[in-house]
Structures are given as C-alpha cells and as structure tokens.
Write a protein that binds this ligand. Structure first.
Ligand SMILES: [Zn+2]
Length: 168
C-alpha cells in the first residue's frame, strides 16, 4: 500500500481494529519514509450475479433504489431505506458467502422490508415473487396475519390492502 503523502511503496501497520459493525477492519499505518500516519479500511468483497449473468459489487444504493419504488406513497423515509440497506448488507455478509444471486438479495430484503412497512412489503414481494393473481396476494396477506410482527400491533393497514373496492 503506497503512502498517500509521499507515494513510498511500503507502510507499517501500527494498529488493527474491527469496526463496530464487525464488517470491516481499520488499520492504522505509518510510512517508514516520511513518518506520516494514515488509516485504511479493509472489507470483504461481496458480489451479486444479476439475472443477465453480469457480476457487480454489492451496493446498498441498489438495494435502496429497488425498495424505494415499492415504498412510494408510504410513510418510509430515506433514512429508513438506508437502515434497511445496511440490515440487508449485514445479513448477507453474516452468511459468510461472498457471492449472491440477485434473487438471494431479494430474499434477504423481504423480512426487513416487512418490518418496515407491510404494504411496501406486499408490493415488493408481488414483483419479486412474480405474483400472478389475487390468490397470491391473499396467501401473502394471510401469511402476514398469521405471523404478525415488526412491532406494529395495528392490522388496519393490511385489512385496507385486502379490501379493495372498485372506486379506489
Ligand atoms: Zn510517506
């Protein structure tokens, strides 16, 4: 690793610490040439294979933009999306696997989105799991009812999603 100050091609590690989230290691380094110190962060690489076969680095921003569409008109903030993307990254990293199908990322998103907003969860699931009929929605809603969670006691939102009226 080159010294960022004088470009000396070597540096000495003087301290290593795992970041609070456990996902990266920060190393404090010192240049033997100019004596200045700098920090590097080391993270395991995490890649996603898209349906097209293209491999790209995992991106929280991609997770957020995928979920953002499902959250339109819902009380979900950008900060909520950022937290969700971080949770998704943590859960995929904690599996210890370094490469995922886009599908598996979708699967990792679902439980976190469900905790955040059940309506957005249904929308996302309907696209991701390719719901084809109302029966698919009914099954997903029945599942939500059978296993309520996510801290919200109110089931008003899912009964609204269920009772579709022609004038809406
Ligand atoms: Zn230097």
């Amino acid at each position: 690793m080159h010294c960022p100050f004088c470009r000396h091609p070597d540096s000495r590690v003087i301290d290593s610490r795992t970041a609070d989230d456990g996902l990266s290691i920060r190393r404090r380094r010192q240049c033997p040439e100019c004596g200045r110190r700098f920090t590097t962060t080391e993270t395991a690489s995490l890649t996603v294979i898209k349906r097209s076969g293209v491999v790209e680095p995992f991106s929280r921003e991609k997770v957020m933009s995928g979920v953002r569409k499902a959250c339109q008109g819902r009380p979900v903030t950008e900060a909520d999306l950022a937290v969700l993307a971080q949770q998704v990254e943590e859960s995929v990293r904690s599996s210890g696997i370094a490469q995922f199908d886009a599908n598996e990322i979708g699967l990792a998103i679902l439980p976190h989105l469900r905790e955040l907003d059940e309506v957005a969860y249904l929308r996302f699931a309907s696209v991701y799991q390719a719901f084809e009929s109302l029966a698919d929605f009914d099954a997903a809603i029945a599942e939500l009812r059978a296993h309520p969670g996510g801290g919200s006691d109110s089931d008003a939102s899912d009964s609204r999603a269920d009772a579709r009226t022609p004038e809406e």
